[in-house]
Design a protein around this ligand. Sequence first.
Ligand SMILES: CC(C)(COP(=O)(O)OP(=O)(O)OC[C@H]1O[C@@H](n2cnc3c(N)ncnc32)[C@H](O)[C@@H]1OP(=O)(O)O)[C@@H](O)C(=O)NCCC(=O)NCCS
Length: 168
Amino acid sequence: MHRLASASDFASVYSIYMHEEVVPFLGFDPLSKEEFEPIFASLVRSNSFFVVELEGVVKGFYRVTRHEGRANHSAYLGTLAVSPDEKGSGFAFSMMTEAIKNLSAKGILRVELMLEADNPRALAFYKKLGFVQEGIMRSAYKRSNQAHYIDEFFLAKLLQPLLGGINV
Ligand SMILES: CC(C)(COP(=O)(O)OP(=O)(O)OC[C@H]1O[C@@H](n2cnc3c(N)ncnc32)[C@H](O)[C@@H]1OP(=O)(O)O)[C@@H](O)C(=O)NCCC(=O)NCCS
């Protein structure tokens, strides 16, 4: 079940987010519970952060932000992860398929995301879902425990064929 996160999801989200297999690929360096509290509160307040349950247990999450104005047909997907015990189980694929179906039902035609260049597993996962790499944001990401900067791949999926191109 996909539902908006609430304050009571703190412990579940914290344990997935800060897992050593997950935290290298999300937006913040490892944090204590106290340090994570305001970040989680802000995610809940945004009304755009979803948790996904399996048999009543939170096993994944993602955030969707719809763009405004002339880009209102597009949404940005971020803060996405599944519990490491569900990696490779197909749960993440169903979670994304359902999320995309819900976005399509709301009139979204294009879904965008950014991905660290050193995350080949997620790249393979998104390609399997039909995302296409559209660009590279050079040195856009840095972990505090590493000296180097990391490129971010910009990926997007069109949910239906769209008339496009500068000469249209
Ligand atoms: C990204 C994530 C949601 C994907 O879920 P998952 O259950 O691991 O994904 P799947 O197992 O369905 O798909 C991963 C694919 O990558 C392949 N893969 C695994 N390691 C790989 C590697 N090093 N290089 C290339 N492909 C790899 C797998 O074989 C699989 O492909 P297959 O189904 O054809 O065998 C999950 O791994 C996760 O939460 N990761 C941590 C957080 C994260 O990276 N979030 C994304 C930030 S943008």
